[in-house]
Design a protein around this ligand. Structure first.
Ligand code: OGA
Ligand code: MN
Length: 292
């Protein structure tokens, strides 16, 4: 006869460090960790290994100060600055909020930071793109408002040949303005930044796994006419974002989520009453290495 664990046994189990996979596609919940307390090198090593294995980690029920958020993210590498400007016209702080308010502070269907609702890897428009992003849930709608992720390693492996072999040899042109215009934003001259190029298929610097590296910033392909490049990118994104490569995180207040921008793309899902409920997350980004 099996005996169901009592509530107290379950609470005790939750106090213990553990890594519980959330789906076969990616993602694990880390239990028994208070990120406001100091993390030993051993414990951080376990978290780091889980991060490489699962690509996305969830830490529930956290209560963190700004310094504690930056302190935890900073264990993975240097905290990155931002070229995106806030509602006040100034570059965002290293730790900033993402929310559904527009330039006037009103809840909006096209919020000030609207690009998050399109598939992308963070800072793919930088020469040296990011390693990971951390989000911490501060205010949430009662339903919906998830973040959706695609596993670009699985996506890469599933691209049919000869398309995959073709992708292996290409370089993409990523452009900030292109992405912003597609997200409905007009940039002034001071906000524009030069395009960069990256391999269309990159190799993870820590695991050696190959993944497709495209998204909303991908304006072109080196040596290819733009319309042809954009239809190739759209075709590949269609492959990449099929349901079998996806994971959705349903947010709870106090969740900290970190994900690996070197092998995932993500987007916010506009499936909630966006003009009625506030959705506010604190965010910081850790700098990575050149995509190769
Ligand atoms: C981001 C982002 C998605 C979300 O912060 O980089 O894309 O769900 N956020 O808010
Ligand atoms: Mn993002």
């Amino acid at each position: 006869m099996s005996v169901a664990p009592s509530a107290s046994t379950q609470a005790a189990q939750n106090d213990q460090f553990g890594v519980r996979p959330l789906s076969p596609v990616m993602g694990a919940e880390v239990t028994g960790i208070d990120l406001s307390a100091p993390l030993s090198a051993d414990r951080f090593g376990q978290i780091h290994r889980a991060f490489l294995e699962h690509k996305l980690l969830v830490f529930r029920g956290q209560t963190l100060s700004r310094d504690e958020i930056l302190g935890f993210a900073g264990r993975f590498g240097p905290i990155e600055g931002h070229n995106v400007r806030g509602r006040d016209g100034q570059a965002l702080d290293a730790l900033h909020s993402v929310s559904n308010v527009d330039a006037n502070g009103e809840l909006s269907r096209t919020p000030h930071i609207n690009a998050n609702y399109y598939w992308h890897s963070d800072k793919a428009h930088y020469e040296v793109p990011s390693l990971l992003t951390l989000l911490y849930a501060v205010e949430l709608p009662p339903n919906g408002g998830e973040t959706e992720f695609a596993n670009m390693e699985r996506a890469y492996r599933a691209i049919p040949d000869p398309l995959r072999t073709r992708a292996d040899s290409l370089r993409v042109i990523n452009d900030f303005e292109y992405a912003m215009v597609n997200a409905g934003k007009v940039l002034n001259e001071a906000e524009k930044v030069p395009s960069v190029t990256h391999p269309m298929v990159r190799t993870h610097p820590e695991t050696g796994a190959r993944s497709l590296y495209i998204g909303m910033y991908t304006k072109g392909v080196v040596g290819m006419p733009e319309p042809e490049a954009q239809s190739l990118v759209a075709e590949l994104m269609g492959h990449a974002t099929q349901p079998e490569h996806l994971f959705r995180h349903p947010w709870q207040l106090g969740d900290v989520v970190i994900w690996d921008n070197r092998c995932l793309v993500h987007r916010a899902v506009k499936n909630f009453e966006i003009t009625r409920f506030r959705r506010v997350l604190l965010r910081c980004v850790v700098k990575g290495s050149r995509a190769v």
